[in-house]
Design a protein around this ligand. Structure first.
Ligand code: HEC
Length: 166
């Protein structure tokens, strides 16, 4: 092989490798960056610990999913279709939560379609400090705004079949 031919081959090989590499390594231009888990808590470690202990005593996880407190996921026996509590503090205010936990009949505030045994129990019998603790902790469970908007959009479009315009 002459010197010139060798040079051409090398150039071709480099071009092929570069082309393949480009194809596999390049990220499509419109790909969304990975935004990660959208849930977070603004609770102090102390609040998280106290509320976490109380919620464990009261077995909220028998029915609800949430990541907070112990970093765990959900009770393994969970089979009640209760709403997840992650991000609840971006949807409900602390005052709303306090009133909900204080209600003798929570279903008067939030109607239920479930059988009685699966419905949200009344926590009116807890002392005031405990109800405030729960409300304050749950109000600290936030969800990133972009995720909330995406969820709203999806729900809206699923329910109405129309395009969502905020
Ligand atoms: C027996 C199952 C059960 C247990 C135990 C339970 N919940 Fe619920 N919870 C529900 C259900 C179901 C709902 C939805 C409303 C309904 O169907 O009554 C609900 C609703 C809620 C809501 C309102 C959610 C929203 O969409 O605004 C909050 C907040 C909540 N629960 C917090 C708690 C906390 C905190 C505990 C523990 C102290 C707890 N729950 C224990 C079943 C339960």
């Amino acid at each position: 092989m002459r010197k010139g031919e060798k040079g051409i081959l090398v150039v071709m090989a480099v071009a092929v490798i570069a082309g393949v590499a480009y194809k596999f390594l390049s990220v499509p231009k419109n790909a969304e960056p990975d935004k990660g888990i959208p849930y977070y808590s603004v609770a102090s470690p102390e609040l998280e610990k106290k509320a976490g202990t109380l919620m464990r005593e009261l077995n909220c996880r028998d029915c609800h999913k949430y990541y907070g407190a112990f970093g765990g996921i959900t009770s393994l026996v969970q089979n009640v279709p209760a709403p997840p509590l992650d991000g609840i503090g971006s949807i409900r205010s602390e005052q709303w939560l306090y009133e909900y936990f204080s209600a003798e009949n929570p279903q008067a505030i939030l109607p239920s379609r479930l059988k009685q045994e699966f419905q949200m129990p009344s926590y009116a019998k807890l002392n005031e400090q405990e109800r405030r603790l729960l409300a304050s902790y749950l109000a600290s469970l936030k969800v990133e705004d972009w995720y909330l908007q995406e969820t709203k959009k999806m729900e809206f479009e699923k329910l109405t079949g129309k395009t969502y315009e905020p």
